[in-house]
Design a protein around this ligand. Sequence first.
Ligand code: SF4
Length: 347
Amino acid sequence: MDKQLILDLNKEDLAAELKKLGQPGFRAKQILEGIFKHLYDDFSKFGNIPNVLKTELDTGFILDPVSLSESIVSKDKRTEKYLFEVQQANRIETVLMKYSDRNTVCVSTQVGCPMGCVFCSTGQMGFTRNLSSGEILGQILYVIRALEAKEEKLTNIVFMGMGEPFLNYPAVMRTIEHLTDPELLNFGARRITISTVGIIPRIKEFTALNSQVNLAVSLHAPENELRSKLVPANRMHPLKSLITACREYTDKTRRRITFEYALIDGVNDSDNQAKQLISLIKGMLCHVNLIALNPSKEYPLPGSSRERVDTFAKILTDYGIPNSIRLRRGIEINAGCGQLAQSQQSE
Ligand code: SF4
């Protein structure tokens, strides 16, 4: 019988599994404490349960679902990329980004991605499968352990790695339940962000939850024709309906939405396109993150120059659209989504 990932179980599931093993009810609490408070990555490390149970758990369950294949640190030591092997020998990536005031982990939600964004290495790999909530959680626990070893803390989590989180909605929401549960990781919902390319029915579902988890939408173009070329999901979820869903989100939740916009030289970075973007989103409670596209083997065009990014940002600012320019991180370590897994595949 295949072993189960213990991180896939919620509190009730775990209690039921332990009952099957003839264990008293309080064992579930002890095991969850071992996983989420003591951050144990091996059943043998649990000091609070009998040895016979440790052996039974080891026989039936996998505690740590991610196994490190490779990690690369950028020259400035502020970006660290992990390539993990998960079940079925699939490879996924997780990136830790260190800032002066926060440590942010960017996690994968799928092996590959079916969305096919033309500038994205993951999109060009195609889709293999959804990750389970335990595999998503495993990436986060790994990074928390790595930071704790240096007496540092994880402060922010973004679902923006390989895959489209809203195409794996139940697993992502289950992961968030584990993260925010005061008895488990007790991680603040406001420090978690889900980034989507714009799957409209899931945006509506997420809006109805009125969650404190942040929502980011990758736009990358201000009109349908260009967006459909860059982000093929736009054909099923066109801009007008997407922006309507975003407005419903901000109106209902009173929470700010973030729009991601990767600037590509001569493609989506003109003054006129900045003005089109303004017409699209004006009046919305929003913030635009601008970033020059990371170079990749799969997409030949370069990111916009710093001067062009600055000009684009200034036009948004002049029209009252709040925005930030994000610095590209870890170009030399292929920190763009999917680049490390892709380079390993082609070796
Ligand atoms: S950018 Fe995101 S949604 Fe688009 S292909 Fe890459 S991983 Fe998928």
